[in-house]
Design a protein around this ligand. Structure first.
Ligand SMILES: NC(=O)c1ccc[n+]([C@@H]2O[C@H](COP(=O)([O-])OP(=O)(O)OC[C@H]3O[C@@H](n4cnc5c(N)ncnc54)[C@H](O)[C@@H]3O)[C@@H](O)[C@H]2O)c1
Ligand SMILES: [Zn+2]
Length: 350
C-alpha cells in the first residue's frame, strides 16, 4: 500500500480501502455522514458497504451546475436534521464537485467539522481531492465562494474508475497533462507513447499527485509558486463558465482546461519563449484526446469580462501562468486583452 504524506494528512493508495476501516476506528467520530450524488450512490457506495455501516447518507444532484450555495444549504440542513455535532465526520464520496462542495459545506458547518475525500473520478484522484481548495460556483465565477482547508485523509482506489464513463476518464487527463507540462518533461514524454484509455492509470495517478503535492506544500495558500497549477485555467475557466451558461451540452472542466492549455501554450510562445515545436507537440497530444470544440459562436467580450473578474487577478491586470519550456512554468505574467483574443483565434484555427 503506497502513501503520500503531506504536512497534516496522508493520501492512502489502497485498492481494497480496508485502511478506511482503520481510520474510522482510530478516530472516534460521533457520527459519520457520507456525501454522494446519484451516480456515486449507485456505483461507489455499494463498494464500501462492508466498511460504512451505521452512516447517514446525504445525496446531492450530480453536475457542475449543482455546485452551488443552494445545495450547501441542503447539506447543512441534513447535518442539522441528523444532529451532527462538531465531532461528526463528512466523507466526500465522488468527483471534484462532491469534494469541493462537501469540503466547503463541512468547513463552514459549526465553524468546521472534519472531512475526508474518497475521490471517484480520475480528475478528482489526480487533482481536486488534494490541496485544500474548497468552494462553490457563484454567478459566472467558478469557485468564487470558498476557502482553503485540508481533508483529514484521502483514500484512492482504482476500483471506482471501472464505472466511470469514457468521457469522464479522458476529462481527468487534462490535469495529468497539466502537471507534466508545468513540472516534469519526462512524464510528458511518457504520455506521448501510451494509450490513455487502455493502460493502467494507478502509477500515473501516483506520479501526477507527487507533482501537485510538491507544489501545494511549498505554497499552500497560492501566494506564489502554486499559481503554476493554474496553467490553462485563465482562459480555460472562462471557457468553462461560458459553456456552462450557454452550451446545450456544456464542456466538462478538463475539456475546457484542454482548450485553455492550447491557448496558453500559444501565449507561452509569445511571452515566455516556449519553442514553436513544443507548442506543436502540446497542441497535437491534447487534440488527440480533446478534439477541437467549436467556440466560434462564443461571445469574446463576455469571455474577456469573465477573465477580468477572475479571482486570480490583481486589480485590473490579468495574470497568467505560462510555460518557458515543457516542464517549466512561470507565473504572474501579465497578458493583455488583445493577446487573449489572439490566443482564441489560434485555437479556432488549429
Ligand atoms: N479543488 C481543486 O483543487 C480542484 C481542482 C480541479 C478541479 N476541481 C473541480 O472539480 C470539478 C470537476 O470534478 P470531476 O471531473 O470529478 O466532475 P464531477 O464531480 O462532476 O463528476 C463527473 C461525473 O461522474 C460521475 N461519477 C463520479 N464518480 C463516478 C464513478 N466512479 N462511476 C460513475 N460515475 C461517476 C458524477 O456523478 C458526475 O456525473 C469542477 O467543479 C472543478 O472546478 C477542483
Ligand atoms: Zn483544473
Amino acid at each position: 500500500m503506497k502513501k503520500i504524506e503531506l504536512h497534516d494528512y496522508e493520501i492512502i493508495f489502497d485498492d481494497t480501502l480496508s485502511s478506511l476501516n482503520d481510520f474510522l476506528s482510530n478516530h472516534k467520530y460521533s457520527k459519520v455522514f457520507v456525501l454522494v450524488d446519484e451516480n456515486t450512490n449507485l456505483h461507489c457506495l455499494p463498494l464500501l458497504q462492508n466498511i460504512l455501516s451505521d452512516v447517514a447518507i446525504i445525496e446531492t444532484k450530480s453536475g457542475e451546475e449543482n455546485k452551488n450555495i443552494a445545495w450547501c444549504e441542503m447539506i447543512w440542513q441534513q447535518l442539522i436534521t441528523g444532529n451532527a455535532d462538531r465531532k461528526a465526520l463528512c466523507i466526500n464520496l465522488g468527483g471534484g464537485v462532491i469534494g469541493d462542495m462537501g469540503g466547503f459545506a463541512a468547513s463552514c458547518y459549526k465553524r468546521g467539522i472534519d472531512f475526508i475525500n474518497i475521490p471517484t473520478t480520475l480528475l478528482s484522484q489526480v487533482d481536486s481531492s488534494i490541496g485544500g481548495k474548497l468552494g462553490v460556483d457563484f454567478q459566472y465565477g467558478k469557485n468564487l465562494i470558498g476557502l482553503f482547508r485540508n481533508p483529514k485523509a484521502v483514500f484512492i482506489s482504482p476500483v471506482f474508475l471501472k464505472t466511470l464513463p469514457k468521457r469522464q476518464l479522458i476529462n481527468g487527463w487534462a490535469e495529468i497533462f497539466k502537471h507534466a507540462l508545468i513540472k516534469n518533461k519526462d512524464q510528458w514524454n511518457k504520455y506521448k507513447d501510451i494509450d490513455i484509455l487502455k493502460d493502467d492509470v494507478s502509477d500515473i495517478v501516483y506520479e501526477s499527485l507527487l507533482i501537485k503535492k510538491a507544489v501545494v506544500e511549498e505554497d499552500p495558500f497560492e501566494k506564489g509558486l502554486r499559481k503554476i497549477l493554474n496553467f490553462g485555467h485563465t482562459v480555460g475557466h472562462a471557457i468553462e463558465a461560458y459553456s456552462l451558461e450557454n452550451d446545450k451540452q456544456h464542456l466538462l472542466h478538463g475539456e475546457a482546461i484542454a482548450i485553455g492549455m492550447i491557448c496558453e501554450a500559444y501565449l507561452s510562445v509569445k511571452k515566455c519563449g516556449l519553442k514553436g515545436e513544443e507548442l506543436n507537440e502540446i497542441k497535437t497530444l491534447i487534440l488527440n484526446y480533446f478534439p477541437k470544440h467549436d467556440i466560434s459562436n462564443y461571445d469574446e467580450n463576455k469571455l474577456l469580462e469573465i477573465i477580468s473578474a477572475d479571482k486570480k487577478n490583481d486589480r485590473d491586470v490579468v495574470n497568467a501562468s505560462l510555460l518557458s519550456s515543457i516542464g517549466n512554468c512561470g507565473y504572474d505574467i501579465p497578458i493583455s486583452r488583445e493577446e487573449i483574443l489572439e490566443s482564441l483565434v489560434f485555437y479556432k484555427n488549429v
